[in-house]
Write a protein that binds this ligand. Structure first.
Ligand SMILES: Cc1cc2nc3c(=O)[nH]c(=O)nc-3n(C[C@H](O)[C@H](O)[C@H](O)COP(=O)(O)O)c2cc1C
Length: 205
């Protein structure tokens, strides 16, 4: 598929066929994700491929419990919001493949040349580790489309980040940053409307 077609066809897919995904295809998606630009080419990421349904169900249960425990009114509207947020943060449990993206601290020249700490430099540069991870995830999403799959990026489950990091044995200085689910779409999903180009592009001459 042409890159431009893949970009135009990509849309978040949240409901999947009950079909196994060939692990070689996931490997290829992660390989392509790894070709993304990154701060100092440090490639500050790794992807944990989770195929274990008991594990994803347990993760989703912890996420749901965290959302349920959020302070909120007992109104029907508030209950509906929680229900919606819970679905968007836990549907990953039914996806054939769940990828957890873990970021690790990168090394900068500045760290050895100044008194600044890694965290200070990272903040000053506006979190290039997270920016790099975003580029990598987008590569993965486009690779999934190109290979005939659907995918969705998720940050909602991070409400239970500490608990999930323990379940996935992620230890500092590594951090869980996001999830991507992959599978064969259960149905065709229409691409979402996007804002006009004029609203997102400014030219300074
Ligand atoms: C950083 C990030 C976090 C997201 N987190 C979630 C999520 O937790 N749950 C979910 O269902 N979708 C999530 N999405 C998908 C967005 O809802 C989706 O990209 C957006 O609605 C636009 O739709 P499209 O991807 O089909 O163009 C996330 C997307 C991004 C980029």
């Amino acid at each position: 598929m042409e890159l431009r077609s893949a970009i135009e066809a990509r849309t978040s897919v949240r409901v999947f066929k009950d079909e196994k995904v060939d692990l070689l295809h996931i490997r290829e998606m992660v390989r392509l994700a790894g070709l993304a630009p990154s701060v100092n080419n440090f490639q500050p990421w790794r992807y944990i491929t989770i195929l274990n349904k008991d594990l994803t169900k347990n993760m989703a249960a912890v996420v749901a419990a965290k959302i349920e425990a959020l302070p909120s009114s007992k109104s029907i509207a508030a209950r509906n919001v929680k229900k919606q947020v819970t679905w968007f943060s836990t549907f990953f449990k039914d996806a054939p493949v769940v990828l957890a993206l873990v970021v690790k601290p990168y090394k900068t020249v500045m760290e050895s040349g100044t008194e600044l700490t890694h965290d200070e430099i990272n903040k000053m540069r506006n979190y290039p580790d997270i920016q790099s991870a975003g580029a990598s995830i987008q590569n993965l999403l486009l690779a999934a489309v190109d290979m005939g799959y659907g995918a969705c990026w998720l940050s909602g489950p991070l409400i239970a980040r500490g608990e999930i990091e323990k379940m996935l044995h992620i230890e500092p200085p590594e951090k869980l940053l996001a999830f991507v689910v992959v599978g064969k779409p259960a149905a065709k999903v229409k691409p979402k409307p996007k804002v006009n180009l004029a609203d997102t592009m400014e030219i300074i001459e």
